[in-house]
Design a protein around this ligand. Structure first.
Ligand SMILES: [Zn+2]
Length: 232
């Protein structure tokens, strides 16, 4: 089962996970560790530490921290699996256990044991999947000018333009020159819905589901009161 966290994971939530899993999977052997939130899109979780040389003893690891990115909307189960993943790193590193690589034999054995015994789905990846990265990109509010163009043949389409006077002017010039537009309306919007179209001043009209497009423009600011709006 998988469902979305109602809210982004918080430090108290992650600490509660840590304590629960420490007792359940690690016999409570892990010392409390600082949990840090970040906005990184390059990792979901990370276990960081400092390496220092101790005379006669080689290197020692200290200052462990578990870091989690709140950038992605992950299903709660994935957040929990990420906590366990980082805890396995923390266990191996803090106990000075030698492994064959970062996610080597010891790591995988512990991971598989927890997965099989407790029905979890921990993986060896720290990185968001391309789909998760895409979702972050698509959801970020970004300012656009959206042009709604009705062509002389009656078809309507959309063009997303960067929100600068220069880009809008360049687009208008191209559109006028083409002589194909019957009507054009321009809107300023932050709705991430419009991130899906390439943003440029190039003369290219996309024939989209115009009902959905118009629904997303109800809250947009019409660029009225200037010669660029309304009928062209
Ligand atoms: Zn890892």
């Amino acid at each position: 089962m998988s469902y979305l966290c109602p809210v982004k994971p918080t430090i108290p939530y992650l600490q509660a996970c840590f304590r629960e899993y420490n007792d359940a999977f690690f016999d409570g052997e892990l010392p409390e560790v600082p949990i840090v939130l970040s906005r990184s899109k390059s990792f979901i979780g990370a276990c960081t530490y400092k390496r220092r040389r101790v005379f006669g003893l080689g290197t020692r690891l200290s200052d462990f921290k578990l870091r989690f990115s709140t950038r992605m909307d992950l299903p709660e189960e994935e957040v929990q699996d990420t906590v366990i993943h980082e805890m396995i790193h923390y266990y191996i590193l803090s106990k000075g256990i030698r492994d064959t690589s970062t996610h080597g034999r010891v790591f995988r054995a512990m991971m598989q044991e927890i997965n099989t015994r407790y029905g979890r789905h921990i993986t060896i990846s720290h990185r968001p999947t391309p789909q998760q990265r895409e979702e972050v990109r698509d959801k970020r509010p970004k300012r656009h000018i959206v042009a709604i163009i009705t062509l002389k043949d009656g078809r309507s389409g959309i063009k997303v333009i960067p929100p600068t006077r220069h880009s809008l002017t360049a687009f208008l010039r191209g559109l006028r020159r083409s002589g194909q537009a019957r009507e054009a309306g321009y809107y300023l919007t932050d709705d991430p819905f419009f991130n899906a179209w390439p943003s440029s001043s190039a003369l290219k009209i996309y024939f989209a589901d115009m009902e959905a497009v118009r629904a997303h423009l109800t809250a947009a600011t019409p660029l009225s009161g200037n010669k660029n709006s309304g009928t062209l």
